[in-house]
Write a protein that binds this ligand. Sequence first.
Ligand SMILES: N[C@@H](CCC(=O)N[C@@H](CS)C(=O)NCC(=O)O)C(=O)O
Length: 314
Amino acid sequence: MSGNLTDGRWHEGWYDTGKSAGEFVRPTSQFRNWITANGWSGYPAEPGRYHLYVSLACPWAHRTLIARTLKGLEDVISVSVVEPVMTQGWSFSAALPDHLHGFQYLHQVYSAADPHYTGRILVPALWDKQTRTIVSNESSEILRMFDTAFAAFARKDVALYPAALRSQIDEVNAFVYDNINNGVYRCGFATEQVAYKDAFDRLFSALDRVEDDLGQRAWLAGSEHPTEADWRLFTTLLRFDAVYFGHFKCNRNPIEDFANLSRYLRTLYRTPGIAATVNMDHIKRHYYVSHTHINPTRIVPAGPRLKFMEDALG
Ligand SMILES: N[C@@H](CCC(=O)N[C@@H](CS)C(=O)NCC(=O)O)C(=O)O
C-alpha cells in the first residue's frame, strides 16, 4: 500500500482525485536543492558523498539510474533499490537492503531528512551523507546534476543536455512529459471516464506525432546522439506494452504497432549498460500488485512477449 507522511507520521492512502474531477494531478517534489561542480549551492559534487534511492519499477527513478550508467558514475554515486511491491510505501528487505541507513522503509529516510516532512514518499531520492538530508527528489533535476555537476568524475564522455540543443530538448521534454510520461498515469489513475478519455486521446495523438518525427530524424532533439529527451521517453516506452497498455488502459495500440517507435526502443535498449538497468519483473510486480485500487486480485499477467527484449538476446 502507498501513503504519505504528515508531520513525520505515516498514513496509508492513494491519490485523492475527488477534488480534480477524477483527474490524477501529480504532486510536486519537495526537496529541490542542487549539487554543483564548484559547490556554490552548498552541495559540491564529490565522489562517495551522495546516495541514490531508486525503484527499478519507477520510470522517473529509472532515468536517474540511466544517467548514472551512461556517464559512468557507478563508483561515484552509490545506490539502494527498494522492493517493487509497496507495503508501508516503498520498503527494504534482506535481499534489497538500505545500504546506507539499514532502515526498513523509505519513509524513514524522509523523516531522517526532515522530522516534520509532510507529503508523499517518492523515488528517486538523492541523499547527502555530509549534511544528512535529501538534496533532491526530483528526477529531472537529479538527471541534470549527474550530467553536468559530476562531469569531472564521469568515466564516460557523454553529454545528455548539450548546450547547443537545450531549447530543443526543453521543448521536447515538456511535450513528452505532459502527454506521454505523465499521460499514461493520467489514463491509469483517472477515476472519471471523461478524464481518462481526455488523457487517452492526448497520449495517442502525441505517440502518433513522435512516430512521425522519428521518420525524419534519429533522435528527438535533432541531435546525432541520444540526449536526455530520448532517455526520458525511453523509460515510458519500455514499460508500455507490459504495463500501461493493460493495467493503465492505454490500449489503442501497443508500441510494437509503431514501426519507428519500436525501432527506436530497440536501439536505446541495446545501448551498452542499459539492459542491466531494466528489471521487467520489478516493473510488472510493482504496478499490478501495488495498485490494488486498479487491480484488486493482484494477479500479474504472464504476457505479453516483449519482442524488443527477445530481439536483444539475439
Ligand atoms: N516528479 C517526481 C515523480 C516521482 C514519482 O512519482 N515516483 C513514484 C514512483 S513511479 C513514487 O515514488 N510514488 C510513491 C507514492 O506516490 O506513494 C520525479 O520525477 O522525480
